[in-house]
Design a binder for this molecule. Structure first.
Ligand code: PLP
Length: 439
């Protein structure tokens, strides 16, 4: 595999340094007034390992839409993760890393013809469909493409429901679609679903896997001889205080029941937020403070990122963000507060009501779990810049990446971001040794 090079450099840090300490170093020693992210590459690598431990039968195809930061994609590619792309540009971005097209699923059931043409020209030959017109388009543009029917199976509780837009009804629509695909001579190879992003009803995976098994039986009756793929989509939690365990147990049990090992079906998934949510911490700076006009006890803090930037996730991803003052304020009274973004729009509110110590202009507020559905959607509305990303990794992760990515050492920097340099340079690193068998 050829990796074209890192857009961001990785700053090597000592194992004992926390993200909070790195942020403190940056704001203390760098002339920085714009918001910035710390991308903890080790957190992403941990997630790869957790996925392999908890869902060993399922090959992840990372949903690029969730966070298309180049280093995220390169790290995932280097560790063997495949990719779910929704558009020509996403496919190109992944291919430009040197990833083989066989590692991509074009998982958009309603594709533009120019994007299908591009996929064909690049030998991306696995895609999803959920309607008749899509089948006719594929027949005329990319007839040899392998197709995966996307069925609808919604979780009762999700952060972002998707069934309202995608997925055919497995009982009332799928049979006719499968018959049409057969009549058109197309190659249907599998079934996919997405229970909804941020799934809060793990049992939905069981229902969806059972429904998929029924489609496999239907396909057999219709004479499809190459049904080899089950794609269980996304919906897995990614924040720091969440766990994959519940969903993993349900999924593994359901797979054993309907798609037991050695039955010839490859199982894949399209996790997005699971991989990246917790790896990104956002730091924002207070540039203005006032009291609410109708409540002099309520403090309004204005910070340099808002809902038109990173916090677009509040509107589009229905995320709830948790502010954390970077410094300690042990003697400070606690006041009811709200936090606002920098644009002139009244909608630009980050936190409606929260108890905070009394902070001052120039102080910083951090937000954890900011890696999913933030960066790719952010705009520079009103002229406010997008946050810079500082990528950090401890020595063992860094070494591992260097070994996996056949790139020049220049792409990494052994000079850490700031004052952590002393710790990094010390030879007495107590980083855990990496074992290739871990991954
Ligand atoms: N696959 C598809 C087709 C999607 O639309 C999405 C999210 O919208 C994902 C995967 C990723 O979902 P999640 O971030 O919940 O894992």
């Amino acid at each position: 595999m050829r990796i074209c090079g890192l857009e961001e450099q990785i700053h090597v840090i000592d194992n004992k340094v926390t993200v909070e300490e790195i942020i403190k170093d940056i704001v203390r020693t760098k002339e920085i007034s714009d918001p910035f992210y710390i991308f903890d590459v080790g957190d992403l690598v941990d997630k790869i390992r957790i996925w392999q431990q908890k869902l060993p039968r399922i090959k992840p195809f990372y949903a690029v839409k969730c966070n298309d930061n180049s280093l995220v994609l390169e790290t995932l590619a280097a560790f063997g993760t495949n990719f779910d792309c929704a558009s020509k540009a996403e496919i190109k971005k992944v291919l430009d890393l040197g990833v083989n097209p066989s590692r991509i699923i074009f998982a958009n059931p309603a594709k533009m013809t120019s994007h299908i043409k591009y996929a064909m020209s690049q030998c991306v030959d696995l895609t999803t469909f959920d309607n008749e017109l899509e089948l006719y388009k594929i027949k005329s543009i990319h007839p040899s493409c392998n197709l995966v029917i996307r069925i609808r199976c919604d979780a009762t509780e999700t952060q972002c429901p998707l069934g309202i837009k995608y997925g055919c009804d497995p009982l009332t629509e799928a049979p006719a679609l499968m018959s049409l695909a057969r009549d058109l001579g197309l190659s249907v190879v599998g079934v996919s679903f997405h229970v909804g992003s941020g799934c809060n009803e793990p049992a939905a995976f069981r229902r969806a896997i059972a429904a998929s098994a029924a489609i496999f039986r239907l396909a057999q009756q219709l004479g499809f001889m190459n049904m080899y793929l089950l794609n269980i989509g996304g919906g897995f939690p990614g924040n720091k205080n969440t766990s994959l365990d519940k969903i993993a147990d349900i999924v593994n049990d359901a797979l054993n029941e309907w798609f037991p090992p050695n039955n010839g079906v490859t199982i894949i998934a399209e996790p997005g937020r699971f991989f990246v949510a917790s790896a990104f911490t956002l730091s924002t700076k207070i540039h203005s403070i006032k009291k609410r006009s109708n409540d002099q006890n309520h403090i309004m803090y204005f910070i340099n990122d808002g809902v038109y930037g990173s916090f677009n996730s509040i509107l589009y991803d229905h995320s709830v963000v948790v502010p954390k003052p970077l410094n300690d304020y042990p003697m400070s009274p606690i006041s009811q507060s709200s936090i606002w973004g920098p644009t002139c729009d009244g909608l630009d509110q980050v936190v409606d009501s929260v108890n905070m110590p009394l902070m001052k202009m120039g102080d910083w507020i951090t937000f954890e779990d900011m890696g999913a559905y933030t960066i790719p959607v952010a705009s520079t509305f009103n002229g406010f810049p997008l946050p810079k990303v500082f990528a950090v990794a401890n020595r063992s992760i860094w070494q591992k990446l260097k070994n996996l990515m056949p790139i020049s050492e220049d792409h990494f920097t052994t000079v850490p971001i700031v004052a952590t340099i002393k710790m990094v340079r010390s030879e007495s690193s107590d980083d855990e040794e990496w074992d290739d068998n871990d991954l």
